[in-house]
Design a protein around this ligand. Sequence first.
Ligand code: C2E
Ligand code: CA
Ligand code: CA
Ligand code: CA
Length: 264
Amino acid sequence: MQAAVDERTAIQAAIRQGLSNDEFQLYYQPQVDQNGTLVGAEALIRWRHPSKGLVTPDFFIELAEETGQIVQIGTWALDVACKQLKAWESDSNHSRLYVSVNVSARQFHQPNFVDEVLRIVEINGANPHRLKLELTETVVLDNVDTVISRMKHLNGVGIEFALDDFGTGYSSLSYLKRLPLTEVKIDRSFVNDVIADASDAAIVQAILAMSQTLGLGVIAEGVETREQYDFLVKHGCQKFQGYLFGKPMEIDGLSRIAIPFGIK
Ligand code: C2E
Ligand code: CA
Ligand code: CA
Ligand code: CA
């Protein structure tokens, strides 16, 4: 017990130090349309720990959420993503790409969240129409009226929202309709088994049909094989993200991706 507490305290201190030593980095994972054309990228945080090497978020995001450090991390990530959007603006190959940034529940529910997002977009001169925020069901389940009003406020300047990990949580269809979302992201656990498991296939088809009815865009995450991609295309999925198209990579890697990316 004490050992576990000590370890948490140590990680917490290491995160604090990592933030001040600039050890965090954003990786970008390509998102493509049905033609395999690159349309955007999801920003995914990595930690270049001086002794542990490249650390993935599973190791620290949950703890950072509990300690509240996720607020500072999330602000940092948004700032870096906005700088990237600004840098892409003058580059004709990349000026129309979206960047999706993950927003945690704790961050979204900060009283000044809307002001912070607007401030960061503005100081970086980023085009808000190219920014997408990914929210999970844990964000939107809490205090839904406040959530909707915050989303609408940010929609007002052009920022869009995607509902992440869709299908894993408990959101009811009735307020899925109320939330001002641009798209839902089919969780990778369903995509993973979509070929082998009939119930996952049925869930994916249901999500795709429902999204069409509600006029929502859909992106599938965790697409690893051509078979999964073909199944998704056949059932009307519009956008795709997964190892089939590219793993999360440093920004230079993304800049080298040819457009159209070409799945055919
Ligand atoms: P997520 O938002 O669901 O991100 C997708 C995860 O799936 C990423 O893991 C990505 O590397 C992985 N992935 C993508 N395609 C494939 C595939 O084809 N196969 C497999 N097996 N995996 C795939 P990653 O980068 O380790 O991130 C884990 C989670 O950490 C993210 O899940 C997200 O919830 C969180 N996270 C990452 N960056 C941030 C951030 O800046 N802020 C917040 N609040 N959370 C973040
Ligand atoms: Ca995400
Ligand atoms: Ca996800
Ligand atoms: Ca997921």
